[in-house]
Design a protein. Structure first.
Length: 143
């Protein structure tokens, strides 16, 4: 009786069990990463999907100096969006004398603004924001 009960309890584990291949997540490839010493500043990475490549720009929110708050915005590669974003950042340096320079647009599904912040190009998501120097910009975008 004991053997029959044990067999009945183990039957689902052996008889009805299903072995399947795990779905492996898509691997993220880093384009560029910025850090200040041990502090994370920003990273641009992408994942190649079946139909499109999705970029993710992650950054440490400059609103906070005592804590780390990683924010991100994702966008598609359709229409060469990565290069257009790079050129919008670059336009801040081309218009560096204009302290009120700003470009507002939608990146992915997020409204953002790129502007001049004390000689650096900043990206603002209506709260979370970060800024990069010209040299950091090239590193972030793998130039």
């Amino acid at each position: 009786m004991r053997n029959i009960l044990f067999s009945i309890l183990c039957l689902p584990a052996f008889g009805w069990g299903q072995i399947s291949d795990p779905i492996s997540p898509k691997k993220s490839i880093t384009v560029g990463r910025l850090s200040g010493g041990l502090t994370f500043l920003a990273e641009l990475s992408y994942v190649v999907g079946d139909n499109d490549t999705t970029y993710t720009l992650k950054f440490n929110d400059y609103r906070y100096s005592e804590i780390t708050s990683i924010e991100y915005v994702s966008f598609s590669s359709v229409g060469n969006t990565k290069e257009k974003l790079y050129n919008l950042f670059l336009s801040v340096y081309e218009n560096k004398k204009d302290k009120d320079y700003i470009k507002v647009f939608t990146l992915g599904e997020t409204d953002v603004a790129i502007s001049n912040y004390h000689g650096m190009a900043s990206l603002d998501m209506g709260g979370p924001w970060f800024a990069v120097t010209r040299k950091q910009l090239d590193k972030l975008f793998g130039k």
